[in-house]
Design a protein around this ligand. Structure first.
Ligand code: GUN
Length: 296
């Protein structure tokens, strides 16, 4: 068996084309240009690269982006104050704080400061908690992108055994809640899981977000499984790889995502979509407002 590639780059391009049309339509109809503010603290090279990619992606679809850079030793209160100012700025529809933050910041306090209706990363306490009830204002971008990838290949998750390797707040945990909502049977594995293979081998869909190159080898994968690799690791020789033995697993799985060009472009695309939706909502009365008006 040779797995079909889930080509995130191509699928992302299709979605971005549609976003571009919607951005132009919103501008033509209302004069509002969707706008994303990004906060970057310190010199982490990976974070700087991610933010650069997001700035470029925004420009390609007509979303305005502003970058708010701070030195690594910035006072934590200054970052919070900037978020509060952005919350009040009607020209800003989405706010993103690039993670990780230097250790002296209280990351939960920072993320809780972002106005929920501008939390396009979906990391605010409300949005994270909303996943339990299926009531998020914005779904977090990476798990949302994975769901779109599966959907684009016609892969229904209902009733499937899904194993997630990695229990991070950004990927593993929200991914599990989204899949559960779509009626999958979900197992989450993490660094303390004993005998990882006994979970991965059962998976109809295996999602790996551990940040460990070659963690998943073919013997750990069920024949015909769907394997989604969320890992991005830079090897000492400069190559970018995911968390799976791609060439080996390609011979055994039904579908597999490449790295780069799999989940990564989808994450950025869902950020663009969330920012556009934030801008669209800013000019349309929300359902709650409509209901309140109708009751008067
Ligand atoms: N750091 C790693 N992934 C992400 C992400 O999706 N969003 C933000 N803000 N920071 C990250």
């Amino acid at each position: 068996m040779t797995a079909k590639l889930l080509d995130g780059k191509a699928i992302a391009r299709d979605i971005r084309d549609k976003i571009k049309v919607r951005v132009a339509a919103l501008r033509a109809r209302t004069g509002v240009q969707p706008s994303l503010a990004m906060i970057l603290v310190g010199q982490n090279p990976a974070s700087r690269l991610y933010v650069r990619n997001k700035v470029k992606a925004c420009a390609e679809v007509g979303i305005r982006s502003t970058l708010h850079e701070f030195p690594a030793d910035i006072d934590a209160a200054a970052v919070i104050a900037r978020i509060e100012a952005l919350n009040c700025d009607p020209e800003v529809h989405g706010i993103l704080v690039q993670l990780p933050l230097p250790a002296h910041h209280d990351i939960h306090a920072v993320l809780r400061t972002i106005a929920v209706e501008k939390d396009v990363d979906g990391f605010h306490l409300y949005n994270v908690g909303g996943l339990v009830l299926g009531e998020t204002v914005f779904p977090p971008c990476t798990p949302y992108g994975v769901m779109k990838l599966l959907d684009s290949a016609g892969i229904d998750v209902a009733g499937k055994n899904v194993t997630i390797v990695g229990a991070s707040n950004i990927v593993g945990k929200p991914m599990a809640l989204m899949l559960l909502r779509h009626e999958a049977t979900v197992a989450i594995c993490h660094v303390r899981t004993r005998d990882l293979a006994q979970y991965t081998i059962l998976a109809d869909i295996l999602i790996v977000a551990a940040g460990v190159p070659n963690l998943i080898i073919p013997q750990m994968v069920k024949t015909g499984a769907v394997v989604i690799d969320v890992g991005i690791n830079r090897l000492p020789d400069g190559r970018l790889v995911g968390d799976i033995d791609f060439e080996g697993i390609r011979k055994k799985a039904a579908y597999v995502t490449p790295v780069p060009g799999g989940v990564g472009p989808m994450t950025v695309t869902m950020l663009l979509e969330n920012t556009l939706v934030a801008a669209e909502r800013s000019v349309a009365p929300s359902r709650t407002e409509t209901l309140t008006a109708a009751a008067k």
